[in-house]
Structure formats: structure tokens, C-alpha cells
Design a protein around this ligand. Structure first.
Ligand SMILES: Cc1cc2nc3c(=O)[nH]c(=O)nc-3n(C[C@H](O)[C@H](O)[C@H](O)COP(=O)(O)O)c2cc1C
Length: 302
């Protein structure tokens, strides 16, 4: 078998392959150690970390639906101090890049986390701007181009690592949002986060999630995600990490053809704990089948 070169460069950081874990679906890697050799992954993207520990939302907070799942976990996390103390040393034992997903309720919150991570041994930051902005009355940062630029600018000013901004798909037009992130100084864009959804138990005549609504993810959202990656790749000049319903290597190749430099595997991990490895092998098989030496040859080539 010919060995292909799967290396990719995301905002100046070289990954051995484009495959990473989607934030919130892989913890900080410990839970999957039995199934996945973390050394094989391009990067581990960890669950969102906030300045203070967050309790998350009440249960039930997961519901299965056709082609996907709903979650209202609510960014539960132990806070950045514990993350730096316990999770970074664990992940650093492996030859993989570390991308830290950041949660916050105010611009100051985000900046505090990023400042604390400045001296920590992490490769990239991924800013989750799907959180509600408490100062703006709960509106999600990521739905307003003005706020997207403001929060990106403020975080970029204090960030020591390259900054990826992760966008929410719950907007009418993703392009001005992506452009606002780049105008604020984003070194890359991740998309998509979950779509707002709902499921109802007809026997109890009640919503299944205690929080009523939740984030919809999994195979059913792939066409929406691909469409947004394609639109954004044609509108901005920074690398894109694509995600949303990737289950196989073929799915990942679709995202790369649409313009993604990296791909993240989320909900698939819950169905097949080795999904990330299957996706890596699937991309490799595709490259060998079509004699593709470097993913640059096909990226955004539609
Ligand atoms: C249980 C769960 C928790 C998640 N937590 C986070 C999070 O902490 N931060 C974040 O940016 N995205 C979070 N996400 C969104 C995923 O990272 C990903 O963007 C989304 O699920 C789409 O990919 P998928 O269809 O492959 O799951 C979460 C998704 C799920 C299912």
C-alpha cells in the first residue's frame, strides 16, 4: 500500500492528519482511551471550558431522533483551572495537537479563560460563540455580526495561541458572520455547531428534554453543514474546520471537497467509539484509490 501524506496546516499548526474530535463529544480523551489510540488523531478538541465550573442543565438532556440526537448538556465543565491542572498533562502524553474549546457568558469571561491558557501547553484555541451573552440579555454571540467581531477582537488581543472561531448555524446567512469573525482577527473558522431543535413525548404530552429545546447533531445535519462550509470557504481566506454529521471517511472527503482543511467527528463517537479512526482510514483509502498525494489537491475543488 502506498503511504499518502495526510498532513494539514491549520492556522500555522501542522496536524498529522485532518481528523479531530468535535468539542463536547470526546471529553478530554480519557473516556475513549480504551478504543482509540490518541496518537493517531490529528488533534483532540476538548469539551468547552469556562472561567468558573459550570453545572450544566437538568436531566433528561439527551434525546435520540431520526438521523441524529438532541442534547441540552449546557456546557457542563470543571472550569479552566482544573482543566489546566489535570487534562493538559494527560493529553500531552500523546503525540496529538490540543485544541481547547472556550465557553463564556460575557466577553470578559472568554478573555479570562484565554489569558489563563496563555502559559498553558495548548496548540490552538476554539472560541465557541454559541453561548448566550448575559450582558446582551441572553442573545447568542454568534448570531449578530457586530458581536462576533467584538468578541473575536477582544479575545484575539489576549490570545497567545492561534484563534479559531466556531460558528452557530442558527442564522439566516452564515457568510456575514464568518466575515465578521475574520475581520475581528480569527485565524480559522469551525462550523457548524448544533442546530436548535426539539422532540416531544406524545404519551406524556411533554418535551423530552427538561430544557425543552436542545442542540441537534448527527447525520441529519450534514447537508446543512456542507452547505455552510462551502459558502464560507468561498467567502473568506482562513482555514476551515468542518463538522456536522461526519460518520465515515467519505463524509469527511465531502467536507474537504467543499473547502475544509480539517474535519471533526462528533455524534459518531457515541455510536461507534472508533469513528475517528475509521474516518482517518477512510480518507487515506480514498487518497490511495485516486492517487491523491496531498489533500491540497482536492480541497475546495468543486
Ligand atoms: C453532547 C454534545 C456536547 C457538545 N458540547 C460542545 C461544546 O462544549 N462546545 C462546542 O463548541 N460544541 C459542542 N458540541 C457541538 C459539536 O462539537 C459539533 O459541533 C456538533 O455536534 C456537530 O457535529 P456532529 O454532528 O458530528 O456531532 C456538542 C455536541 C454534542 C452532541
Amino acid at each position: 500500500m502506498t503511504k499518502v501524506n495526510m498532513k494539514v496546516n491549520i492556522a500555522g499548526v501542522e496536524l498529522k492528519n485532518p481528523v479531530m474530535t468535535a468539542s463536547g463529544t470526546f471529553g478530554s480523551g480519557r473516556e475513549y482511551g480504551e478504543y482509540v489510540d490518541l496518537n493517531q488523531l490529528g488533534a483532540v478538541v476538548v469539551k468547552g471550558v469556562a472561567n468558573e465550573p459550570w453545572k450544566g442543565n437538568p436531566s433528561p438532556r439527551i434525546a435520540e431522533t431520526y438521523g441524529g440526537m438532541l442534547n441540552s448538556v449546557g456546557l457542563q465543565n470543571p472550569g479552566v483551572d482544573e482543566f489546566i491542572e489535570k487534562d493538559i498533562p494527560f493529553l500531552r502524553q500523546y503525540n496529538t495537537k490540543i485544541i481547547v474549546n472556550i465557553a463564556g457568558r460575557t466577553i470578559e469571561d472568554y478573555c479570562e479563560v484565554v489569558k489563563k491558557l496563555g502559559d498553558a501547553d495548548v496548540d490552538l484555541l476554539e472560541l465557541n460563540i454559541s453561548c448566550p451573552n448575559v450582558k446582551a440579555g441572553g442573545v447568542c454571540f454568534g448570531t449578530d455580526p457586530f458581536m462576533v467581531e467584538e468578541v473575536t477582537k477582544a479575545v484575539k488581543k489576549v490570545a497567545k495561541q492561534p484563534l479559531i472561531v466556531k460558528l452557530t448555524p442558527n442564522v439566516t446567512d452564515i457568510v456575514p458572520i464568518a466575515k465578521a469573525a475574520v475581520a475581528g482577527g480569527a485565524d480559522g473558522i469551525s462550523l457548524i455547531n448544533t442546530l436548535l431543535g426539539m422532540a416531544i413525548d406524545i404519551h406524556k404530552r411533554k418535551p423530552i428534554l427538561a430544557n425543552v429545546m436542545g442542540g441537534f447533531s448527527g447525520p441529519a445535519i450534514k447537508p446543512v453543514a456542507l452547505r455552510m462550509v462551502y459558502q464560507v470557504a468561498n467567502a473568506v481566506d482562513v482555514p476551515i474546520i468542518g463538522m456536522g454529521g461526519i460518520m465515515t471517511g467519505e463524509d469527511a472527503v465531502e467536507f474537504i471537497l467543499a473547502g475544509a482543511s480539517g474535519v471533526a467527528v462528533g455524534t459518531a463517537n457515541f455510536i461507534n467509539p472508533r469513528a475517528t479512526i475509521d474516518v482517518i482510514e477512510g480518507i487515506q483509502g480514498y487518497m490511495e484509490q485516486y492517487s491523491i498525494k496531498d489533500l491540497k489537491e482536492i480541497r475546495g475543488s468543486l
